[in-house]
Design a protein around this ligand. Structure first.
Ligand SMILES: Cc1ncc(C[n+]2csc(CCOP(=O)(O)OP(=O)(O)O)c2C)c(N)n1
Ligand SMILES: *[C@@H]1O[C@H](CO)[C@@H](O)[C@H](O)[C@H]1NC(C)=O
Ligand SMILES: *[C@@H]1O[C@H](CO)[C@@H](O)[C@H](O)[C@H]1NC(C)=O
Ligand SMILES: CC(=O)N[C@H]1CO[C@H](CO)[C@@H](O)[C@@H]1O
Ligand SMILES: [Mg+2]
Length: 677
C-alpha cells in the first residue's frame, strides 16, 4: 500500500474519530475498521458528487448504519454537498450529519440505514432494479445501465433474519451486480460474537449460491481488497460476499473490543492514535492536502465517465427515439400522459366483486400503459391476484422461468425482505412504481421495512388482501385486527381500504401518483357491491359523503366492506324513523390532508357520528363519537357466519346507530374534527 493510501485511510479514520468525539456520541469502531475497504472500494466506484441522482452511478449502501461517520467522511472527501463543518455538527439537531444515514438529509446517501439488516436487503432491491432496467433498455453497444450495488454489513446485519431472506432471493436471482462486504470483526455490543453467533457464514452464503471471497487482513491489505472486488465483478451470475477480517477500532488503545463499538475514544486515546499516524494531536478534522488532492483528482476522472455516459445516452436517444423518450420521461419522474384514463370505473349495475379482484383488474390495465410498474407477491400470487395475465417473471434467463426484463417478482414467502427490497427498488430511481402482495396480516411481518419506507419516503405499494375476518375460515391467525391502527398511526403512510371498484381505482391512482408516501391497499377476499355514488374523484379526497341526508340524526362513517353494510343499515333505520347519512372513509391519511372546511362538510358539527369497521376501533375517535369495531381476535368460520356472530349486519349496525342517536339526543355535539389545535 502506498503512503498516500495509508494516509488517506487514516484521514478517514480520524475524521470519524473526531466527529464522534465532537458529538460525544456515536460509533468510532466500525469506521476505523472499515476505512481501508471503503478507501479501496470508492476508488473503483463510478459516481458524480455533483449529480447524486445520475442513474448509472454505482450505489453504496452502509447496512451497518451506526458506522455513518465513515460514510460522512467519505462524502466530505469526495466533494459531495457535505463539508467538514457538517462533520463538526455530527448528530446535532438540524445538522446534515444525523446519527444514522438518512437519505432525505444527506446528499450521497442512497438509503436510510440503522435498523440492522435493512440496508443489505435494500441493496438487493437496488440490484434487482438495475438488472430490470438494464435488461429493458440496454441495446447492443449502448449499455446505458451497467452499474453495481455495493454494501457494507456487520455481524448484526447477518444476524437479522431479513438479511437471510433477501440474500437467499439474491442468490436465486443470480444478481451478479451486487457485491457485499461483511465486516467480520467478531465484535458486537455484547462483546465477542462467540456468545451468540458461531455459524459458518461463508458456508451459509455459498449455500445461498453466492460467490464468496475472503480477505484475511482487512486492516491493511488494500491490494487484497481491491483484487477481491475485481474478482467479484468477473462472476456475473452470482452476488458476491467478501468476508473481510478486520479489527474494530483499529488504532485505538481498545481496538478489538466492544469498548470502541459505540463510545467516543477518550482524549488520551485520540492523542496517541494521531501521534502514531503522524497527525498533529492538537488538530481536529485534519485533511492533509495530498489526500484532498488525490480524492479531487479521482472525482475529476469520475466526472469524465459521467460525461461519456451523457454522450452515450444522447446517441441512444437518437438511435432509439421511442425507447429513449421513455427512459427520459422516467428519469424526469413523469408518468405516461393520460395514464389514469386506463383506471376502470363501474356502475351500480355491475356485479359485486372482491376488492382484491378489482385490484387485479386495475393492475392489468395500468401495467399495460405504465412500464415502470413492476411488482410481485410473497407466494400468494393466486390468492392475492397480483400477477396480471401475460406477465413475464423477473428471473435469470438461464432458469427458463423468465427474463430480467420481466416485471413480476416471485418473492417467495419472505414478506420482510419483500418490504426492504421494494424500498430498494424505489431508491434506484427511474420512476419505478413497485408493489408487493401479501395478506394484510402479514404486512406486519415486514413492519421494520414499512416503517423505513414511511420515514425515507419510498412510495411503494402493498397489495394487502384478506383484510379482515371477512377472509373466513383461515381464522384468527390470519385475520387482521390491529394492523390498520398500527400503520395508520405511522406517519406518512396512506392506508387505503376501498369499498368498491371506483374506490379501488382511486386507491391505485393515489399510489401510482405518489412519489413520497408508501401505500397499503387493504383489500377484501369477499365480494362487495358497487356503491351508488362512489367515484374516483370523490374517493381521491380520502373520505366523502356517500349517502347524503338533510339534517341527519346520525352519520355512519365506515371503510371497505363495512360501507355497504352502513348503506343497508340506513334502510333499516328508516323503518325506525331515523335519518342516517353515510360517509365512506377509505384513507385517513388522505382525508386528513384536506382543508378543514371540506372535512367538516363531511363530518359536521351537530350530528352524532358512529364509525363502523370490523377491526380495532383504535384511532377512530378522531372521526366519530361512538365506535363499533372488533377489539378482540376473530374466529375461524365462514365469513358470513363471522359477520353475523360479531354483529356486523345491517340490523347490528342499525342498533348501534339507534343507541348513538338516543345517547346524544338533546346534547350539543361538536364534530370530533373541531379541536382547540
Ligand atoms: C434492528 C436493530 N436492532 C438493534 C440495533 C442496535 N445495534 C446497533 S449496532 C448493534 C451491534 C451490531 O454489531 P455489528 O454489526 O457487529 O457492529 P460492530 O460492533 O462490529 O460495529 C446493535 C445491536 C439496531 N441498530 N438495529
Ligand atoms: C470468546 O471470545 C473471547 C474474546 O475473543 C475469548 O476470550 C473467549 O475465550 C471466547 N470464548 C469461546 C468459548 O470461544
Ligand atoms: C363510478 O364512477 C363513475 C365515474 O365517475 C360513475 O359514472 C359511476 O356511476 C360510479 N359508479 C358507482 C358504482 O357509483
Ligand atoms: C388460496 C386462495 O385464496 N385462493 C383463491 C385465489 O383466487 C381464486 C380466484 O379468485 C380463488 O378461486 C381461490 O380460491
Ligand atoms: Mg461486528
Amino acid at each position: 500500500m502506498s503512503d498516500l493510501d495509508q494516509q488517506s485511510i487514516n484521514t478517514i479514520r480520524l475524521l470519524a474519530v473526531d466527529a464522534v468525539a465532537a458529538a460525544n456520541s456515536g460509533h468510532p469502531g466500525a469506521p476505523m475498521g472499515l476505512a481501508p475497504a471503503a478507501h479501496a472500494l470508492w476508488k473503483k466506484m463510478n459516481f458524480d458528487p455533483k449529480d447524486t441522482k445520475w442513474i448509472n452511478r454505482d450505489r453504496f449502501v452502509l447496512s451497518n448504519g451506526h458506522a455513518c461517520a465513515l460514510l460522512y467522511a467519505l462524502l466530505v472527501l469526495y466533494g459531495f454537498d457535505l463539508t467538514v463543518e457538517d462533520l463538526k455538527q455530527f448528530r446535532q439537531l438540524h445538522s446534515k450529519t444525523p446519527g444514522h444515514p438518512e437519505v432525505l438529509d444527506v446528499p450521497g446517501v442512497e438509503v436510510t440505514t440503522g435498523p440492522l439488516g435493512q440496508g443489505i436487503s435494500n441493496a438487493v432491491g437496488l440490484a434487482i432494479a438495475q438488472a430490470q432496467f438494464a435488461a429493458t433498455y440496454n441495446k447492443p453497444d449502448f449499455p446505458i445501465s451497467n452499474s453495481y450495488t455495493y454494501a457494507f454489513l456487520g455481524d448484526g446485519c447477518l444476524q437479522e433474519g431479513v438479511s437471510s431472506e433477501a440474500s437467499s432471493l439474491a442468490g436465486h436471482l443470480q444478481l451478479g451486480n451486487l457485491i457485499a462486504f461483511w465486516d467480520d470483526n467478531k465484535i458486537s455490543i455484547d462483546g465477542s460474537t462467540n456468545v451468540s453467533f458461531t455459524e459458518d457464514v461463508v458456508a451459509r452464503y455459498k449455500a445461498y449460491d453466492w460467490h464468496v471471497l475472503e480477505v484475511a487482513n482487512g486492516d491493511s491489505d488494500i491490494e487484497a481488497i481491491s483484487k477481491a472486488i475485481d474478482e467479484a465483478k468477473k462472476v456475473t451470475n452470482k452476488p458476491t460476499l467478501i468476508r473481510l477480517t478486520t479489527t474494530i477500532g483499529f488504532g485505538s488503545l481498545n481496538q478489538g473490543t466492544h469498548g470502541v463499538h459505540g463510545a467516543p475514544l477518550k482524549a488520551d486515546d485520540i492523542k496517541q492514535v494521531k501521534e502514531k499516524w503522524g497527525f498533529n494531536p492538537e488538530e481536529k478534522f485534519a485533511i492533509p492536502s495530498a489526500v484532498a488532492e488525490s480524492y479531487a483528482a479521482q472525482v475529476k476522472k469520475n466526472q469524465k465517465v459521467h460525461e461519456e455516459w451523457n454522450s452515450l445516452f444522447a446517441a441512444y436517444k437518437e438511435k432509439y427515439p421511442e425507447l429513449g423518450a421513455e427512459v427520459q420521461r422516467r428519469l424526469d419522474g413523469k408518468l405516461p400522459e393520460n395514464w389514469a384514463d386506463s383506471l376502470p370505473t363501474y356502475t351500480p349495475a355491475d356485479p359485486a366483486v372482491a376488492t382484491r379482484k378489482l385490484s387485479e383488474t386495475v393492475l392489468s390495465k395500468i401495467t399495460a400503459v405504465v412500464p415502470e410498474i413492476i411488482g410481485g407477491s410473497a407466494d400468494l400470487t393466486p390468492s392475492n391476484l397480483t400477477r396480471t395475465p401475460g406477465a413475464i417473471d423477473f428471473q435469470p434467463p438461464s432458469t427458463g422461468l423468465g427474463e430480467y426484463s420481466g416485471r413480476y417478482i416471485r418473492y417467495g414467502v419472505r414478506e420482510h425482505a419483500m418490504g426492504s427490497i421494494m424500498n430498494g427498488i424505489h431508491a434506484f430511481g427511474a420512476n419505478y412504481k413497485n408493489y408487493g402482495g401479501t395478506f394484510l396480516n402479514f404486512v406486519s411481518y415486514a413492519a421494520g421495512a414499512v416503517r423505513l419506507a414511511a420515514l425515507s419516503h419510498h412510495a411503494v405499494t402493498w397489495v394487502a388482501t384478506h383484510d379482515s375476518i371477512g377472509l373466513g375460515e383461515d381464522g384468527p391467525t390470519h385475520q387482521p385486527i390491529e394492523t390498520l391502527a398500527h400503520f395508520r398511526a405511522t406517519p406518512n403512510i396512506a392506508v387505503w381500504r376501498p369499498a368498491d371498484g371506483n374506490e379501488t381505482s382511486a386507491a391505485y391512482k393515489s399510489a401510482i401518483e405518489s412519489t413520497t408516501t408508501p401505500h397499503i391497499l387493504a383489500l377484501t377476499r369477499q365480494n362487495l357491491p358497487q356503491l351508488e355514488g362512489s367515484s374516483i374523484e370523490k374517493a381521491s379526497k380520502g373520505g366523502y359523503t356517500l349517502v347524503k341526508q338533510e339534517k341527519p340524526d346520525v352519520i355512519i362513517v365506515a371503510s371497505g366492506s363495512e360501507v355497504a353494510l352502513a348503506v343497508d343499515a340506513v334502510k333499516v333505520l328508516e323503518g325506525s324513523g331515523i335519518k342516517a347519512g353515510v360517509v365512506s372513509l377509505p384513507d385517513h391519511h388522505t382525508f386528513d390532508s384536506q382543508p378543514l372546511e371540506y372535512r367538516l362538510s363531511v363530518l359536521p358539527d351537530g350530528v352524532p357520528i358512529l364509525s363502523v369497521e370490523v377491526m380495532s376501533t383504535f384511532g377512530w375517535s378522531k372521526y366519530s363519537h361512538e365506535q363499533f369495531g372488533l377489539n378482540r381476535f376473530g374466529a375461524s368460520g365462514k365469513a358470513s357466519d363471522l359477520f353475523k356472530y360479531f354483529g356486523f349486519t345491517p340490523e347490528g349496525v342499525a342498533d348501534k346507530a339507534i343507541k348513538t342517536v338516543e345517547f346524544y339526543k338533546g346534547k350539543s355535539v361538536l364534530s370530533p374534527l373541531t379541536k382547540a389545535f
